[in-house]
Design a protein around this ligand. Structure first.
Ligand SMILES: Cc1cc2nc3c(=O)[nH]c(=O)nc-3n(C[C@H](O)[C@H](O)[C@H](O)COP(=O)(O)O)c2cc1C
Length: 494
């Protein structure tokens, strides 16, 4: 390193899931295996093979392989070696981990590529360069320090030392490299090196001085009209729920149930079917068996509309003079939409046949069912009354009426909760997004069945997390509310 270089040491390694091997019979070739592919490289230059091999063991200083490599200060006659190593590292950018270590050897900041598209070309910004933490960055505590992540970047950054964390916290607002150096008592060159790494990893975004207001800066991500509609949280959840742009596991890993495969215990998630806690299933009121509708075409009464007619007629109905559903109507609606079939499966699809959704019916009363809350058992096709405090029933129905724009309570509010572990136990990363899709599938099934029956259905956008958890006696972390739907009968019926 030259005299002006900072005391931080740049180290290089391959991602832990990568390997390097020589090719038998071809001493000039090497292969780097990565999570995405195998890369055959020209390893005729001995420095290349030496460097890659060492990089599989953990972070190494390439200056130990080729003196002066990190600052480009080695002797001119070794230029071909530098160029060969440089070219190989450039080709492997998406699997090369870059670490800055303190003089004593302690890791300070590590930048890990997490996607195939990762490219890392750090600059050394000058003392006047202004940056800010990207508003899409999330910091979480990890085993080796803070972990900085963003859905917009192809890298993850580990801030190993408190000093690295302090540097990042300086960037909660636009700040110049020189100012950060002053605040932390560090040489500008050292700050600049770390800032360059964080900028290249996408965690810090560079500011541009605004012509219209002195000492203020604009940031490209704030002006980006595509990003404007995303909240950072939603973008991260979205991006991490699908593979391709990060290295977190997405998909099946547990014990999914295949249609036609061995039967799954009905409730293998460790959570009792009947909700326990503040609103237990009523001991005084036994479960209410629901009528099972006759198979289509078997009844002498109502004409079954064709599917094409139902699809054409489906719409969200918000009748202000809605009437209670009879027990027969509730039985038919739930049986055709959500009941477990004798041979397994349900009318709506579910990822891995895990069926995480549970239904709680809040009934306004005045019909066959008393006012109150009932848990639906899709296996036994029956309702279990809960002992919920009346004011919580009032709250749920008032909230649903408000969300549907009704001037009176809906006859029935169907709240969908998800026993999260049922899906998360078999599918990593994608469980939450999958169960929301299942809410959509169940909502559409309810819409179509209700339309065919001449009832008034309407999906709702949300319900209150705390109210639902208290009303159903649930720990919302284990079984959160995820969907709401209201149904009423029209006056006079069909
Ligand atoms: C996910 C979702 C959430 C909805 N949330 C509400 C809501 O909170 N209140 C409401 O009155 N309608 C709600 N709706 C119904 C939509 O407003 C309705 O589907 C849309 O206006 C189209 O009308 P249509 O269903 O009659 O075709 C929701 C629909 C969906 C799919």
């Amino acid at each position: 390193m030259n005299a002006a270089a900072p005391s931080l040491m740049p180290l290089w390694s391959l991602r832990e899931d990568c390997g390097f091997r020589s090719v038998p019979g071809d001493p000039g070739a090497g292969v780097v295996s990565t999570p995405w592919e195998e890369i055959r490289l020209d390893a005729r230059n001995p420095a290349v093979g030496r460097a890659l091999e060492r990089m599989t063991y953990g972070p190494v200083s390439l200056d130990n392989v080729l003196p002066g490599f990190s600052e480009g200060t080695g002797p001119a006659e070794e230029r071909p070696q530098y160029d060969a190593l440089d070219a190989v590292l450039g080709r492997l950018q998406h699997v090369v981990v870059r670490t800055l270590a303190l003089a004593g050897g302690t890791d300070h900041v590590t930048v890990v590529p997490i996607a195939r598209r990762a490219r890392f070309t750090p600059r050394r910004p000058d003392a006047h360069a202004v940056h800010r933490l990207s508003r899409f960055v999330t910091l979480t505590a990890g085993p080796e320090g803070w972990i900085a992540e963003s859905p917009l970047t192809a890298h993850r950054v580990v801030l190993h030392t408190p000093q690295a964390g302090w540097l990042v916290s300086c960037y909660a607002r636009p700040t110049a490299v020189g100012e950060v150096s002053r605040l932390l008592g560090l040489p500008v060159a050292e700050t600049s090196l770390v800032v360059g790494y964080l900028e290249a990893a996408g965690m810090l975004v560079p500011g541009t001085p605004r012509a219209d207001a002195p000492d203020t800066y604009s940031f490209a991500e704030d002006e980006d009209t595509v990003l404007a509609s995303w909240s950072p949280r939603e973008l991260l959840v979205h991006q991490r729920s699908r593979p391709g742009a990060h290295d977190e596991p997405v998909g099946e890993y547990g014990d999914p149930v295949r249609p036609g495969g061995p039967a799954r215990p009905r409730d293998n998630d460790g959570i009792a079917v009947a909700p326990a806690g503040r609103a237990p299933v009523s001991a005084a009121a036994p479960a209410i068996p629901l009528p099972v509708p006759l198979p289509a075409g078997a009844g002498a009464g109502r004409r079954e509309p064709a599917l094409s007619e139902v699809l054409a007629a489906r719409r969200s109905e918000r009748p202000d003079d809605g009437r209670p559903l009879s027990l027969d109507q509730l039985g038919e609606l739930l049986h055709r939409s959500a009941a477990e079939r004798p041979a397994g499966g349900r009318p709506y699809p579910s990822l891995g046949a895990r069926y995480p959704l549970e239904l709680y019916l809040t009934v306004s009363g005045g019909g066959d069912l008393k006012r109150g809350i009932y848990h639906y058992d899709p296996h036994g096709h029956r309702l279990s009354p809960l002992e919920t405090a009346p004011d919580l029933v009032d709250e749920l129905l008032a909230e649903a009426a408000g969300n549907a724009g009704l001037s009176q309570e809906p006859s029935v509010l169907i709240s969908m909760t998800a026993r999260y572990r049922r899906t998360a136990g078999a599918y990593r990363g994608t469980a939450y997004s999958a169960l929301l899709k299942e809410v959509g599938a169940l909502q559409q099934t309810l819409y179509l069945v209700a339309t065919a029956m001449g009832l008034g259905p309407c999906a709702l956008a949300f319900g209150d997390t705390e109210t639902a958890a208290r009303a159903f006696g649930l720990d919302w972390r284990a079984e959160p509310g995820v969907g709401e739907f209201v149904v009423s009968a029209f006056p006079g019926g069909v």
